[in-house]
Each structure stands twice: as structure tokens, then as C-alpha cells.
Design a protein around this ligand. Structure first.
Ligand SMILES: Cc1cc2nc3c(=O)[nH]c(=O)nc-3n(C[C@H](O)[C@H](O)[C@H](O)COP(=O)(O)OP(=O)(O)OC[C@H]3O[C@@H](n4cnc5c(N)ncnc54)[C@H](O)[C@@H]3O)c2cc1C
Length: 438
């Protein structure tokens, strides 16, 4: 029997979610139901799995269930970069990059198809992304990113400090690199939209925390929530970083929190400070550098700061206090004229890091499956992995599934407190290296 030791319950805002028009109320699981499949977790992985199971098993019912609203967890709290490729540090082996790119491309294409087919209003834009370098670490890394893109024969354009200033209105960056191929979105709108357009044989229950998954003697499982239970043949755990609270991937997943803040839409005078005033997405040259966006609806978004959070999310008060102050510092450093622009929302989310860019994917015990994306292009990779898990369950072979199965399993981490010390050291090193890009 699996009983999660922690249930997700965010106490902070999620700007992307709160700026959306309110949608239909949640359908909470109540009483006894039955289904062929139950997918636990309506994040990017769970939605992709449920979607594909719905397609592959048209005569069977699949239930997708989440402790909160679909799109309220990490998948709807992120910076909104749906990446075709991403790599920090010296270029990796070309075969590994090409393998990963196939997964990212497949995930990106699935998301794009869904947005187009269902007309999901999530500000999907394929204007590409910038990498911005400030300081020696950023300069070194941006060269490495350019080398990786070159190795993959991907389009890239260098911008000097003047060109960066003309485009985004700041001389903060000594150099920039632009590359197309990714999408930028409001991630909560994307996830909510996908969850609202599941196949008809997939039923979504929200605000329904799974408290127990029990194997039953007659075969199959019962999935329990405070107010209901579902009898099913197969269970998929797609609980993201919470997977380890079900006892899966324990000692292999590092929960890292990071934070975002969003302003109100800028007026014309404020927009005039931002170069052309067109929407953009910028990732730091340094690995831990700040992510900055000007959204399609003209809000500024800032993401920075990572920390290890083995004991669950930080409180809403910390997020709207010291964390929002850090984000303000980032704004002030880039656009001093906008230093006092208030943030409407500040929030955090937890993502799963693995040591070796490894994955958790497959059948854990008969009828019980798990899927986890990791910290490298997680949204597109998670979409691909979710879909491929359904393929695996249904015996639907493909080259892409072989490729997913060839990914290394998330490697076992050293025990605590050695792990905590190692992460603290690495994090301090990366934050120090990125100090000019905060
Ligand atoms: C601030 C921030 C910025 C980021 N930026 C980017 C970015 O730009 N691009 C990118 O690709 N990635 C980004 N990421 C990472 C990315 O968002 C995550 O890696 C990804 O969303 C993980 O998806 P998931 O489906 O595995 O997990 P989640 O999205 O966390 O989904 C898991 C779901 O399981 C549910 N769940 C857990 N336990 C239970 C339970 N007991 N009962 C029922 N439901 C349960 C949770 O409520 C949750 O909704 C960012 C993350 C953060 C926090």
C-alpha cells in the first residue's frame, strides 16, 4: 500500500493562474467509481499520459486526478519556456543531445497541436528566446550555448550590447544570443486548456488528494481520496516531485524550489523603457542567472533563486517578502526607471532535479507505473515522456519509445546529510557564479 507522506497544498499565489478568467469549478471525487486507468497528477506528465491513454483505449475509461487544480502545480507555475533544446556547460556528446532533442521536439509538437486543435488561449508564441550574458560566467556560458547550437546546426544570432539595448531597453547585458524553435506561453493557461480538452473517455477530478493506493486481492488497485475511491486495473503516478512522497524515486530526486513574480500590464510610458516593447523571453547565460520575460499582454516576469527544499514549499509570506524583494532587485538592475513597478503576484514551485539527467519511467510493479520529467527542458520532455508511458502500457512500440527507454534511470544520490551538504555547496557555487546576472 502506498500512502503519500506529503500532499501538495500551495499557500502562495500563482500569477499565471490568477490573471486568467475564472474557469469551471473543480469536480471533486466523491463516492465509488471504477476505471481501467487512474493517472495521479494533472501536471504536464499526467495530462500527456491521460490524453494518450484516452486515445489508445477508446473503449476504456481513464481518470485523471489531482490534489489541486490542473495547472496550479509546477507545470502551471513555471517560466513558460517550452524548449526545443537547452544545455548549459560545455557541449555534451552530440548523440546524447540529438537523442534528447527528439524527445523535446515530440513534446513541443504535441503541445502545439493541442493548442491549435482546441484553440487554447495561452499566448503561445514562437518568437524564440534570448540568452543574455552579464559578467564572466555568463560570457563563458553563452559561448558554450552557442557552440552547442552550432554543433546541432541550429539557427542563432549574436547581439552586441547596443543591439540588446535597442531590443529590450537595457545595457545590463554585454552580449545576447537569439535562437528560435521554442514556444513561450502562459503555462497555467496551457495546462488548464489541455485539461479542459481531454478525450471524452478521460474524466478529470481536481481538489481530490490521493491519500492511498492499495493493491486489491482480486487484482488491480483502489485509489482513495478523503471523499471517494476508484477501483481500477492500472495506476500511473505522475505526481512530479511528490513522487518521492509515494516512496518512488526516493533518494534519486532532488526537490529544488524556484520563484517567479509578475507585474501588472505596463502602460505605454513604462513600455517605452523596454526597447521595441515587443514580448520577449530571456534566459540567463549563467546557469543560475535570472529569467526575464515581457509577456504578450505586456507584463514583466522575473524568475530567479533556487534552493533545496526537502521539507516542502516555503510559506506564502516568505515568497511575497524576501523573494519578491530579490525579484525587484533584478528589475532595478536592468531597468532602474521601473524599479518601483509593483508585482501583482509572486509565487514558488518545486521541480525535480536528478543527478545524471536521469528519468523515472515505466512499470514499478505489476499494474503500477510512474513517470517523472527532470530539470532539462522539463515541460517538453514531460509531455513526450507522459505520452510514451501510455504507449508502453498499451504495447505501442516506436523508435521514440525505444529512445525514452534508453535514458538512464535517475541515479541514487548520497544519503543525507552528505546530500544536503553537497547540494548546498553546488548551489552556493552556482549562485555565486551567477551573481552578475541576478
Ligand atoms: C518557477 C519555475 C519556473 C520553471 N520554468 C520552466 C520553464 O520555463 N520551462 C520548463 O520546461 N520547465 C520549467 N520549470 C519546471 C517545470 O515546471 C516542472 O519540471 C514540470 O512542470 C514538472 O511536471 P510534472 O508533471 O512532473 O509535475 P507537476 O507539474 O508538479 O505535476 C504533478 C501533479 O501531481 C499532483 N499530485 C502530487 N501528489 C498528489 C497526490 N497525493 N494526490 C493527487 N495529486 C497529487 C500535484 O498537485 C501536481 O499537480 C519551472 C519550474 C518552476 C517552479
Amino acid at each position: 500500500m502506498l500512502q503519500p507522506s506529503v500532499i501538495p497544498k500551495h499557500t502562495d499565489s500563482n500569477g499565471w493562474w490568477h490573471i486568467l478568467q475564472s474557469g469551471p469549478p473543480p469536480k471533486v471525487l466523491n463516492g465509488r467509481k471504477s476505471a481501467r486507468n487512474v493517472v495521479v497528477g494533472a501536471g504536464v506528465c499526467g495530462i500527456a499520459t491521460a490524453f494518450r491513454l484516452g486515445e489508445l483505449c477508446p473503449d476504456d475509461k481513464t481518470i485523471l486526478i489531482d490534489a489541486e487544480r490542473a495547472g496550479f502545480g509546477a507545470s502551471g507555475r513555471n517560466a513558460g519556456f517550452m524548449l526545443n533544446v537547452h544545455s548549459h556547460g560545455p557541449p555534451k556528446r552530440i548523440d546524447i543531445l540529438k537523442r534528447n532533442m527528439k524527445l523535446w521536439a515530440s513534446g513541443l509538437s504535441d503541445l502545439r497541436n493541442r493548442v491549435e486543435k482546441f484553440q487554447i488561449q495561452c499566448d503561445w508564441s514562437e518568437a524564440g528566446r534570448f540568452y543574455g550574458a552579464a559578467g564572466p560566467d555568463g560570457e563563458k556560458h553563452i559561448d558554450e550555448i552557442a557552440q552547442t547550437l552550432e554543433q546541432l546546426d541550429l539557427e542563432r544570432t549574436w547581439l552586441d550590447a547596443d543591439q540588446m539595448e535597442s531590443r529590450i531597453g537595457t545595457r545590463f547585458y554585454s552580449r545576447g544570443l537569439h535562437t528560435p524553435g521554442n514556444a513561450l506561453v502562459n503555462p497555467a493557461a496551457l495546462m488548464r486548456g489541455c485539461a479542459q480538452h481531454l478525450p471524452l473517455n478521460v474524466e478529470l477530478f481536481e481538489d481530490s488528494p490521493v491519500t492511498e493506493v492499495e493493491k486489491i486481492a482480486s487484482g488491480g488497485y483502489v485509489v482513495k481520496t478523503p471523499e471517494g475511491e476508484i477501483y481500477c486495473d492500472r495506476v500511473v503516478l505522475a505526481a512530479g516531485v511528490f513522487l518521492r512522497h509515494f516512496g518512488i524515486g526516493k533518494g534519486r530526486i532532488v526537490p529544488m524550489a524556484t520563484y517567479g513574480s509578475l507585474t501588472a500590464p505596463l502602460n505605454n510610458a513604462q513600455l517605452a523603457q523596454l526597447g521595441t516593447g515587443e514580448a520577449f523571453g530571456l534566459l540567463g547565460g549563467s546557469e543560475y542567472g535570472a529569467t526575464i520575460r515581457l509577456t504578450e499582454d505586456k507584463r514583466l516576469f522575473v524568475r530567479n533563486y533556487f534552493h533545496h527544499t526537502p521539507n516542502g514549499p516555503v510559506s506564502g509570506k516568505t515568497v511575497s517578502g524576501p523573494i519578491a524583494d530579490l525579484h525587484r532587485k533584478s528589475l532595478r538592475a536592468r531597468w532602474p526607471e521601473l524599479a518601483n513597478l509593483p508585482f501583482e503576484h509572486s509565487w514558488g514551485g518545486i521541480m525535480a532535479f536528478t543527478w545524471n539527467d536521469g528519468s523515472i519511467f515505466g512499470e514499478i510493479q505489476p499494474g503500477l507505473f510512474a513517470v517523472l520529467t527532470n530539470d532539462v527542458s522539463p515541460m517538453t520532455r514531460g509531455t513526450a515522456s507522459g505520452r510514451l508511458l501510455a504507449d508502453l502500457m498499451e504495447g505501442h512500440d516506436s523508435q521514440l519509445l525505444d529512445l525514452q527507454l534508453s535514458l538512464p534511470e535517475a541515479r541514487r544520490l548520497p544519503p543525507r546529510p552528505f546530500l544536503d551538504l553537497g547540494i548546498a555547496f553546488q548551489r552556493a557555487k552556482l549562485h555565486f557564479a551567477a551573481r552578475d546576472e541576478f
